[in-house]
Design a protein around this ligand. Structure first.
Ligand code: ADP
Ligand code: MG
Length: 381
């Protein structure tokens, strides 16, 4: 059982501006936690601080209830898997996996048992006598994971372990990592990625980091939002989170507040002057205020011709009239690219195929319950 607790973690390299600023985080003993964020926001640095490969400039790290700031990496009960597999080229798969255990002077039969067990979990049995050069990228990454498993750590740390794999192997290895986490139900996992799909599919908890700039314009990574994947998808606390989670990205339309009534707010789109009435209380907003309307491509319905007129003003939300500029057909889904008056694109995700072609006019209805509003500063309303 190894819960992780980070209290007030900051990190600066030498005289440079801090890379991380005041990170506070609790990871439960059986949790799969994903550090997500754009490149350079400090994800790897934070992971390396947990591993003990990097000292924080300030703050406290606890693993399993024990403060480990001064405990060396090998004694923290963590095992780390990197993007580059870092296998010993002259050793076989079995030797690579057992190396750490032999170094720790474990009895030979026990080493053998653990290697066999890990090989079985990862389906590496037939490859145990091969050298890394004779393995595919996916197999090498499985050996690297095997080397972590044999140590039976309390904490698994992964730093972008799938980045070097092709799309098919990435999918397979992702499932394998999820399986390993469930099998070692007493171990917590911290997994770093910049890929929101990996984060959404693997995480119990996503920690979304951002590079923020303070008044003196120095950049440092801090936590933008922590929550389950669906928390971040449904209730992003900022425009940054809303834009980072979800693919294709949420549409953002500049607007001004025109009416606030109870649980509903009406905004007027700046480019088209159309009104959009959404189910969101406009607490803190004032009429005339500039805002950003956010709506995901999957939350915009295509109305059948005539339906918009029939619904007329009774329609709970609002109808947008647009011209299709491009249709992307993916088979199970189609993306409509529609032109906004200001030159921006409104993207609509439709299920299945569509007969629509570019140049055609469409009536679109954003789901009033799934629209978001953000202030000019980027905070969710
Ligand atoms: N050893 C180091 N010395 C100086 N700067 C570093 C060092 N390691 C990382 N950085 C800087 O810290 C920032 C965060 O890096 P990193 O944690 O690797 O980001 P991420 O993993 O999110 O892409 C980057 O700007 C990077 O250049
Ligand atoms: Mg990194």
């Amino acid at each position: 059982m190894a819960a992780i607790s980070l209290q007030g973690i900051s990190k600066a390299f030498g005289e440079h501006a801090p890379v991380l600023r005041d990170v506070n985080l609790e990871i439960a003993h059986d949790e799969f936690c994903v550090f997500l964020g754009p490149s350079g926001c400090g994800k790897s640095t934070l992971l390396r601080i947990i591993a003990g490969l990097e000292d924080p400039s300030a703050g406290e790290i606890s693993i399993g209830g024990r403060v480990v700031n001064t405990v060396p990496p090998a004694k923290r009960g963590v095992a780390m898997v990197f993007q580059s597999y870092a296998l010993f080229p002259h050793m076989t798969v079995a030797e690579n996996m057992s190396f750490g255990l032999k170094l720790a002077k474990l009895p030979a039969p026990e080493v053998e048992r653990k290697v066999q067990e890990a090989a079985k979990i990862l389906e590496l049995g037939p490859l145990l006598n091969r050298k890394p050069a004779a393995l595919s990228g996916g197999q090498r990454q499985r050996v690297a994971i095997g080397r972590a498993i044999v140590r039976e750590p309390g904490v698994f740390l992964f730093d972008e372990p799938l980045s070097n794999l092709d799309a098919t192997l990435r999918g397979q290895t992702r499932v394998e990592i999820a399986r390993i986490h469930r099998r070692f139900s007493e171990a917590s996992t911290v997994y770093v990625t910049h890929d929101q799909v990996e984060a959404m599919t693997l995480a119990d908890k996503i920690v979304l980091l951002n590079v923020s700039r303070d008044a003196s314009a120095s950049a440092s990574g801090s936590i933008a939002q922590v929550g389950t994947p669906m928390d971040l998808y449904l209730r992003p606390n900022s425009r940054f989170v809303a834009g980072f989670i979800g693919s294709p990205q949420m549409n953002f339309l500049p607007a001004t507040v025109s009416k606030i009534e109870g649980a509903h707010t009406t905004v007027t789109l700046s480019a088209s002057r159309e009104d959009v009435r959404i189910e969101r209380a406009g607490a803190g907003l004032t009429p005339g205020q500039a805002v950003m309307l956010g709506v995901r491509p999957e939350h915009i319905a295509l109305l059948a011709s005539g339906e918009a007129e029939r619904n007329g003003p009774q329609y709970a939300g609002s109808t947008l009239t647009r011209t299709v500029s491009l249709v992307e057909r993916l088979g199970e889904q189609s993306y409509l690219h529609c032109s906004e008056a200001d030159g921006a694109t409104l993207l609509v995700k439709l299920q299945g195929n569509t007969l629509l072609r570019s140049g055609e006019a469409v009536h679109l209805a954003p789901d009033p319950a799934s629209c978001h509003l953000f202030t000019e500063e980027g905070h969710a309303v």
